[in-house]
Design a protein around this ligand. Structure first.
Ligand SMILES: Nc1nc2c(ncn2[C@@H]2O[C@H](COP(=O)(O)OP(=O)(O)OP(=O)(O)O)[C@@H](O)[C@H]2O)c(=O)[nH]1
Ligand SMILES: [Mg+2]
Length: 311
């Protein structure tokens, strides 16, 4: 059905928060549900730092999905802000989608999170993600373990990575969407700007190519963004019909800078090439990307810096 043919009075609108522990697959699921890559994803915990909106229109229903950072104990100002984003989304949402790594261990973090969800008194869907990694027997075991924690409105096993079992999920969500006017403008699918997505996708490449403590101390700031046709000093090579982007990768220590650069600059080159490819896809025009690595000790605890980075 063409959503534009839906009479305004028959419309429904649901705000859904994708919440859970770090690395459970919330952002991968957001991307799968929206059918577009909106959020950075990686094997590193705490990839998502803010709240990311993804909008899907299906028949009479507009779904507003809020991807959130993973629930954790904050140790820096950055993390306090991340946890605040989770709280805001929990308050805003009609339905809470708790995404868990069903292949992982149900530990203290999950128990603490269940406690927080119960206090909200809102319908909670349990989405048992990473179904592709589980046998049927283990899946049933996991269902039983989670059911002991709290009452779920629905329990749906999914694989965000392979977009498996999403249709049954959509059917349930359509059933539960409350009546009401659509909140987002028709046809708009996110509130992220090209710039913020570009910096997130560059950071994603850094996370995917570095290990241990490096990823948590990395931020990306767009320093220059010159479109073909913009007036500029001619010092940067702007591709025809495209855009020149210079980005700063901020790290916490000079040792991390060394790791990022790699031997003879091999790692940063690799990051640049894969980020440039990704940005070309995102922006649908030629992209010339330049990266600089800068050390800023303690940036994660500097409010001015966090504000600048819109965190
Ligand atoms: N095998 C498998 N891997 C998955 C699935 N969903 C997500 N992953 C992987 O799990 C890792 C974490 O995925 P993300 O989507 O970044 O997880 P997240 O919950 O958003 O993580 P944070 O933003 O850190 O809280 C990535 O390496 C994904 O590729 C899945 O269904 N199956
Ligand atoms: Mg995420």
């Amino acid at each position: 059905m063409d959503e534009r043919s839906v009479p305004v009075g028959a419309r429904r609108c649901a705000t859904l928060a994708l919440v859970g522990l770090p690395n459970s697959g919330k952002s991968t699921l957001l991307n799968a549900l929206v059918g577009e890559k909106l959020a950075a994803t990686s094997q590193v915990a705490q990839t998502t730092r803010g709240r990311i909106l993804g909008v899907v229109e299906r028949g009479p229903v507009q779904f507003l999905f809020l991807d959130t950072p993973g629930f954790h104990q904050p140790k820096h100002s950055l993390n306090e802000r991340m946890v605040r984003h989770i709280e805001t989304a929990l308050q805003e949402a009609d339905l809470l989608l708790w995404v868990v790594d069903a292949d992982g261990y149900l530990g203290a973090g999950e128990r603490a999170f269940a406690k927080r969800l119960k206090q909200l008194g809102r319908p909670v869907y349990l989405l048992l993600n990473k179904l592709d990694l589980l046998s049927k027997g283990r899946l049933l075991e996991k269902v039983a373990l989670y059911k002991d924690l709290m009452d779920f409105h629905e329990i749906v096993p999914v694989s965000a990575k392979f977009a498996t079992n999403l249709e049954p999920l959509w059917t349930l969500l359509e059933r539960d969407a409350p009546a009401g006017a659509w909140h987002a403008e028709e046809g708009v699918f996110t509130d992220q700007t090209e710039r913020s997505m570009a910096s997130e996708f560059i950071r994603e490449k850094v996370l995917r190519k570095t290990r241990e403590e490096v990823p948590h101390g990395v931020a990306v700031e767009i320093a220059r963004w010159i479109e073909d046709g913009d007036v500029h000093d001619g010092q940067n090579e702007v591709p025809e019909g495209g855009v020149f982007i210079a980005a700063e990768i901020i790290v916490e220590r000079s040792g991390h800078r060394k790791i990022l650069l790699g031997s003879q600059g091999a790692t940063i080159k690799d990051i640049r090439v894969s980020a440039q490819r990704e940005l070309k896809k995102l922006l649908q025009r030629p992209v010339k990307l330049e990266l600089f690595v800068k050390v800023e000790e303690g940036w994660r605890d500097r409010p001015d810096k966090l504000d600048r980075l819109r965190l």
